[in-house]
Design a protein. Structure first.
Length: 411
């Protein structure tokens, strides 16, 4: 819950958390202090020129109110943080601003740890780890990137940005930002330090050093960089770093996963992974979709669609697309492979590896038998059962309001 409170002996926007609307509620915390906005997008009389016409008296201060959450845009990582978006009215100038805030879990506040520290970590977190390193280097050297997201020192911002970009785009963005940094640093020593710092972080995420108990040496890499910089061979340094960024094991091509790797990922990304898989299967066997966009191969299209539809609508869409594959394609072998592939992926996104026992051969034979006996309905019933499994796209728990609570509110 977000609110502003004129009777709380505080200014700004307050956040409180609860599992149920009737509480217990957490103690209030300031999520936005107006002083962080004065002179930037909130008027401070005598100190800026951002005010509505005729509202520049000493008493015409800006203020903040109306923090309304935009819930479809919420993102996060289970057990670690939630990033919310909300509108904010500023009174003078009389305007509405889009805001975001990152709310960390209690455990994250007590014991924060890296989001990526090995070759086996996922692309969004590996990219974000390096991107935050670059953002911190930029901040130290008073260098600004082209947007607030890339200047942010909060990893949640970089994780979220990465989830809407391909592995190729992530590589290009890292190369571009490093090139901008090293080109704008004057000192040879600082350039070499920047190179060695970024290189070591990249190497941790690109090669399995732990396997051989080997650790890259910062001093050696910095010394090599200084020698090349003094010889006016800055391009060699850029090429060396770019080559590491291009290593396939750093950011492998996993775009088809839609950043849904397992049960703890968000519903919109899990839906997108299945929907994209169905689109690819249908397009490969030349399905003419009922709606042309159902065949879209854009990750972002499927993610965006999910953000503005209910869980029931997501499930119906997945079932509808598979039904089209069954009805519009006659080759039994293709339908069997499609069923097995989609169900196996749904199980991967529903259960941990230890709980997911999937017998390819028996499922394959069962599907084949039903299709040969023209029992497509049985196939669709079984498919729907997997899609409707509460562990695949879990609903928000229903709220059972105690009778005495309702009675109290009615009074």
């Amino acid at each position: 819950m977000l609110y502003n409170c004129n009777h709380c002996n505080t200014r700004g926007i307050v956040i409180r958390l609860a599992d149920n609307p009737w509480g217990d509620w957490s103690s209030p915390k300031i999520i936005f202090d107006p002083k962080d906005g004065y002179g930037k997008f909130i008027h401070s009389p005598g100190n800026d020129n951002i005010y509505d016409k005729g509202r520049n008296r000493h008493s015409d201060w800006g203020a903040v109110y109306g923090p309304y959450q935009i819930t479809p845009y919420s993102t996060g990582i289970k057990y670690r943080y939630t990033k919310i978006y909300f509108t904010l009215s500023t009174w003078n100038p009389y305007q509405v601003i889009q805001m975001s805030s990152i709310i960390t879990s209690d455990e994250e506040e007590k014991n924060p740890h890296l989001y990526a520290n090995s070759i086996n970590d996922r692309n969004d977190r590996k990219y974000a780890h390096i991107s935050v390193v670059l953002a911190n280097l930029a901040k130290i050297n008073n260098i600004l990137f082209e947007s607030s997201i890339h200047n942010s020192i909060y990893i949640a911002d970089h994780i979220e940005w990465s989830q809407f970009h391909t592995h190729v785009e992530l590589r290009e963005k890292l190369k571009s930002k490093f090139s901008q940094l090293i080109s704008n640093v004057v000192s040879d020593e600082d350039k070499a330090d920047m190179y060695a710092t970024v290189l070591l972080e990249l190497l941790k995420l690109t090669y399995d050093y732990d396997r051989f108990s080997n650790i890259p040496n910062y001093i050696i890499h910095k010394k090599w960089a200084i020698e090349n910089i003094r010889k006016r061979h800055l391009h060699i340094i850029l090429e060396e770093l770019n080559q590491i960024i291009e290593e396939k094991d750093f950011l492998p091509n996993q775009d088809y996963l839609c950043y849904a790797y397992g049960p703890d990922d968000s519903n919109d990304h899990k839906y997108a992974r299945i929907s994209l898989l169905e689109s690819k299967i249908g397009n490969d066997i030349n399905i003419s979709w009922d709606i042309s966009t159902q065949g879209s191969l854009s990750n972002n299209f499927h993610i965006a669609w999910a953000k503005f539809h209910s869980i029931d609508e997501m499930k119906k869409e997945i079932i509808n697309k598979f039904q089209q594959i069954i009805n519009k394609h006659q080759r039994v072998e293709d339908i069997v492979k499609s069923f097995v592939c989609i169900i196996e992926t749904i199980l991967e996104l529903s259960y941990c590896n230890d709980d997911n026992h999937f017998d390819h051969s028996s499922v394959y034979e069962w599907v084949l038998s039903n299709l040969k006996d023209n029992k497509q309905e049985s196939l669709l019933v079984m498919f729907s059962r997997y899609v409707n499994d509460k562990k695949f796209l879990p609903s928000i728990p229903s709220i059972d309001i105690p009778f005495e609570t309702l009675d109290k509110y009615n009074k």
